[in-house]
Design a protein around this ligand. Structure first.
Ligand code: PMP
Length: 461
């Protein structure tokens, strides 16, 4: 077997072929070609990526918020290899299972908050959220309330790219492009810096949770099935909830008897310093979609953790649930996820994020809050957002939202750091294995990016 990297194609040739034949996700197809094509990543080790020209890049995004244990973990490759030799594939339909799928379900039940005692497997976060929608509607139908169809999500919430998942999410550009399925409604996220800056954060948290109650009243309490949110809104701009938010959200859900879905696709598997964001914010979900960090991205795999309230109904009254994917419980993906969980646990990675590297990362990043172009630094553990602002004293944002974020993102790439921009918020979600030295290196790069961006935009403070 010869690795493709051993081929003697030049970078230019790879780029040309890619531009000719490959349509990339979330990409302006023509724009990418006009800019000279895609960057070619050829290998990675620890928190570093290497492109085809030998440039070393610090991955401040852990791929797409997923490579929690970092790159180059041979144990994960070995787990895949061993499983592929023994049993490369079998499905979990038709009264069949495999050892990796069964064992992974058991371990996920052990790791997740109390009361989530069943796992349904999928291949991606989007598929997990489609599963969630089908389970929620099935639950209410079995409970004799089939009219409860509406699931309330949040503006800028992201739950995936399938038609159902994008309807659940609140990304207006996606809604405009594809339309949105019936049965979904959205409220504002608890974005204190943008929506509540002049208010006490705790009071604002209660107010923002109140928007859920307002929406339930507007839709009609008997029509609402569930509420979905990420513990910390990720792809929609790193919205960190005020301390009062989640308790109040849970109070409202209980009051109206609606199901609470907590999308842990980003926050799961140690990102916030606990195994799950639900533990960090003391949330008790009825349904919990997982993906990304579950295998540290080494294999595509996702799951929906199902709480007893829903599981009891689906199991005792449901009959056959007409839903599933060819790769639900894929044995190789499950074997890799099991090994990934072992690494996170046995190497104390989650604990270290909570007690050591997470607090250090947050402290160092907050030193940047004094920078003239920085409005706010927010986050916990190994997830953070840096919101850029035109005039700090007057709390004035940039007019052309997203433009300055893109300038900063481009400076970041040019200086060997992958950092993402969501509108004008810079987002970091690095591998959980960063050392203090890595964090120092990352923060210095971010400072340089901020200086260059301030210079380009004329922000002097
Ligand atoms: N939920 C959340 C919170 C996500 O961030 C994402 C992906 N960024 C998804 C769901 C969708 O996952 P996938 O891309 O694996 O379908």
């Amino acid at each position: 077997m010869t690795a493709l990297s051993a081929s003697n194609r030049t970078t230019a040739e790879w780029k040309k072929i890619d531009s000719a034949h490959h349509l990339h996700p979330f990409t302006d197809f023509k724009g990418l070609t006009d800019e000279g094509g895609a960057r070619l990543i050829v290998r990675a080790e620890g928190p570093y990526l290497y492109d085809s020209e030998g440039t070393k890049i610090l991955d401040g995004m852990a791929g797409l918020w997923c490579v929690n244990v970092g790159y180059g973990r041979k144990e994960l490759a070995e787990a895949a290899y061993a499983q592929m030799q023994e049993l490369p594939y079998y499905n979990t339909f038709f009264k069949t299972t495999t050892m990796p799928a069964t064992e992974l379900a058991r371990q996920l039940v052990e790791l997740t908050p109390e009361g989530l005692n069943h796992a349904f497997f999928a291949g991606s976060g989007s598929e997990a959220n489609d599963t969630v929608i089908r389970m929620v509607r099935r639950y209410w139908a079995l409970e004799g309330q089939p009219q409860r169809q509406v699931i309330i999500g949040r503006r800028n919430g992201y739950h995936g790219s399938t038609l159902a998942a994008l309807s659940l999410g609140g990304m207006s550009a996606m809604h405009t492009q594809s339309g949105i399925l019936p049965g979904f409604a959205h409220i504002e996220p608890p974005h204190w810096f943008q929506l509540g800056y002049h208010e006490d954060p705790d009071a604002f948290g209660v107010k923002a949770a109140g928007w859920l109650e307002d929406k339930i009243q507007e839709v009609g309490p008997d029509s609402v099935a569930a509420f979905i949110a990420e513990p910390i809104q990720g792809a929609g701009g790193l919205v960190y909830p005020p301390a009062t938010y989640w308790a109040e959200i849970q109070r409202v859900c209980h009051k109206y008897g609606i199901l609470l879905i907590v999308d842990e696709v980003i926050c799961g598997f140690g990102r916030t310093g606990n195994w799950f964001g639900s533990q960090t914010f003391d949330i008790k979900p009825d349904l919990m979609p997982l993906a990304k960090g579950m295998s540290s991205g080494y294999q595509p795999i996702a799951a929906v953790m199902v709480g007893d309230r829903v599981a009891d109904t689906l199991i005792s009254k449901g009959g056959e649930f007409f839903h599933g994917y060819t790769y639900s419980g894929h044995p190789v993906a499950c074997a890799v996820a099991l090994e990934n969980i072992r690494i996170l646990r046995d190497e104390g990675i989650v604990d270290r994020v909570r007690t050591d590297t997470g607090p250090y990362f947050q402290k160092r990043l907050r030193e940047l809050a004094d920078h003239p172009i920085v409005g706010e630094v927010r986050g916990i553990g190994m997830i953070a957002g840096i919101e850029l602002i035109r005039d700090k004293a007057r709390h004035e944002f940039f007019d052309d939202v997203g433009k300055v974020g893109t300038i900063a993102r481009d400076h970041s790439f040019a200086n060997g750091l992958i950092m993402r921009a969501v509108y004008d918020t810079l987002v970091l979600s690095p591998p959980l294995i960063l050392t203090h030295d890595h964090i120092d290196e990352l923060v210095e790069k971010v400072r340089l990016v901020l200086d260059k961006t301030a210079h380009d935009t004329g922000v002097t403070g």
